[in-house]
Design a binder for this molecule. Structure first.
Ligand SMILES: [Zn+2]
Length: 204
């Protein structure tokens, strides 16, 4: 009986070791920073009682809660003010594979509507960011009925100062009635979060 136990123990040890040694190396995880813009005293765009800072925070937290195989870092998860410098410092400390900065748009013309992406020409990551933004545009168009305004360029601080690929997503126009309904709708916000979550889960 004693010997049988010994044999079993040895067998278990051998099996465990062979398992460890044959285990493939874990692939490097993709790291993403989701930057919920504005916050605290900075409300961003406001329409009646609805503000940009709330919408982007809600969508950001939905992205975080969707179980994806990537590591998601948030510049903010609650209603706090962060300067652009603090955001860029946070990003450059982490050095993620991608930064997605979420915003909501405004126009003096209340007929202007749609979803658009921004990348900055003034960085070495312009081409990569542009390629990512184009793919994100395709992913969003599968999941939304909102007008797609495409990828544009702009010298935005967070895009220029991030030492990694970075894209601003303007989720829609709060100054347009249709877009506003879409932006504050819980189901639509889930679909926005799903588009982003699916895209980053497929990144390699
Ligand atoms: Zn904004």
């Amino acid at each position: 009986m004693k010997n049988l136990k010994k044999v079993l123990l040895v067998a278990i040890i051998i099996v465990s070791f062979s398992f460890i040694s044959s285990k493939p190396l874990e692939p490097k995880k993709i790291n993403i920073v989701i930057d919920a813009s504005h916050g605290g005293n900075d409300f961003g765009v406001i329409s009646n009682s609805i503000s940009e800072k709330q919408i982007v925070e809600q969508v950001t937290n939905k992205i975080k809660s969707l179980n994806s195989n990537v590591v998601i870092h948030l510049t903010r998860s609650d209603d706090q003010f962060l300067s652009l410098e603090e955001r860029a410092d946070f990003i450059n400390r982490i050095k993620p594979d991608l930064v997605l900065s979420l915003h909501v748009n405004a126009s003096l013309n209340n007929k202007t509507s749609g979803l658009e992406f921004y990348v900055a020409k003034e960085t070495e990551f312009f081409e990569k960011s542009n390629e990512i933004a184009e793919k994100l545009n395709d992913k969003f168009s599968e999941n939304t009925n909102l007008k797609m305004l495409g990828v544009k360029t702009g010298p935005f601080y967070i895009l220029k100062k991030s030492d990694v690929p970075a894209v601003i997503i303007e989720l829609g126009y709060l100054t347009n009635e249709n877009d506003k309904k879409y932006l504050i709708d819980d189901k639509e916000q889930n679909r926005m979060a799903k588009s982003i979550s699916e895209f980053i889960s497929e990144m390699k």
